[in-house]
Ligand binder design. Structure first.
Ligand SMILES: [Cu+2]
Length: 357
């Protein structure tokens, strides 16, 4: 224990002696590593983070320097060819920049979100008053699933930008440096999305790549991050009957309603993992489903999204939620969860899928 504390103090000491690396990040809605630093920087070894904020936990486990250096996620001499410099799936780490320091920011999963409206603004904090040649704000397209899909360039649409703006045109920040708000408009978005900001600083060819996780359609503004580890993507609010309450179809002689389910681990770290289950409808459409399995190694689910999950001992049952019970024949839907594990993390041998016609 004393060794751990000493290591932690040394880590803090290292950071405090690096004032020269003053740059910046998007602070609202917070970039992934700025948010993890802001929420947990003074308590980064608290094991409660693993369940309360598991994406931050895995990032801290992978490399605490990604958080201590929240302001240093940039590349140099890209020459404006951002798409050429950064492969799909690596956008949030700036193409695994800085020797891979930020790689864990590419992990797909339930990063904490900030609630925003379709007209919103990002706030970029520039500690070193570099100013900007330009700032571009992109938002993922409606239909992109940030809980399951790695972020790629073709998932993004430009939602706002500003041109050349020297630091003298930004707002002085009480903490030193300057900040600026960039307006953005992302019509039609609901639920979880990723905001991707490219800040082209003016003092050098230095480009910053910043992922912020947001929830469209929540309460705006959000005074504090929500306490739940996962924000369930909210279905589109509607006053019309939802698909699950559609009239019962006439009796049919078609094939019976069936489904199958498959299980995979999408991310794993010390003591925790994230899983995904895909539910595939058989040769007939279904209007509801339930999947059950038994964990072989004492794994315990702590939270879930896109399904209502209950556990009884090692047995888990997951049922559809209102917006994903209806699945057309031969198509699929997915749900996800966060769970703990210890020793071994073997997948359940069989998944039982029960469909409602
Ligand atoms: Cu800088």
């Amino acid at each position: 224990m004393a060794g751990l504390l000493t290591a932690a103090m040394l880590l803090f000491g290292t950071v405090l002696t690096q004032p020269a690396s003053a740059h910046g990040s998007v602070v609202d809605p917070a970039s992934r590593n700025y948010g993890c630093w802001d929420r947990w920087g003074d308590d980064f070894q608290n094991p409660a983070m693993a369940t309360e904020d598991p994406m931050c936990w895995q990032a801290w486990q992978a490399n605490p320097n990604a958080m201590w250096n929240w302001n240093g996620l940039f590349r140099e001499n890209v020459g404006g060819n951002h798409e050429a410099a950064i492969p799909n799936g690596q956008l949030c780490s700036g193409g695994r920049t800085e020797g891979g320091r930020y790689n864990a920011l590419d992990t797909v999963g339930a990063w904490k979100t900030a609630n925003v409206g379709n007209n919103f603004r990002i706030r970029l904090y520039d500690q070193a008053s570099h100013g900007a040649d330009y700032i571009r704000v992109y938002v993922t397209k409606q239909g992109f699933n940030a809980l399951t899909e790695p972020l790629g360039w073709d998932d993004l649409e430009l939602a706002g930008s500003i041109g050349n703006t020297p630091a003298s045109g930004w707002n002085p920040d009480p903490a030193g440096g300057v900040s600026i708000d960039v307006p953005a408009n992302a019509p039609g978005r609901t639920g979880r999305h990723i905001v991707y900001t490219i800040w082209q600083a003016s003092h050098l060819d230095q480009s910053y790549y910043l992922c912020s996780d947001v929830n469209f359609g929540g309460t705006v503004p959000s005074p504090t991050p929500t306490a739940t580890p996962t924000s369930t993507p909210s279905p589109t609010p509607t006053s019309s009957p939802s698909p699950t309450f559609s009239p019962t179809p006439p009796p049919t002689t078609g094939p019976p309603a069936t489904c199958t389910a498959s299980y995979r681990v999408t991310g794993q770290w010390s003591g925790g993992f994230q899983g995904e289950v895909e539910v595939v409808a058989g040769s007939a459409p279904i209007r509801g489903w339930a999947v059950s399995w038994t964990f072989p190694n004492g794994q315990q689910i702590s939270s879930s999204w896109s399904a209502t999950v209950t556990s009884s001992g090692a047995t888990v049952t997951a049922r559809n939620v209102g917006y994903n019970g209806t699945v057309a024949a031969g198509t699929s839907t997915t749900f996800g969860f966060l769970a703990s594990w210890n020793g071994t993390n073997t997948a359940p041998a069989t998944l039982t899928c029960t469909a409602t016609a």
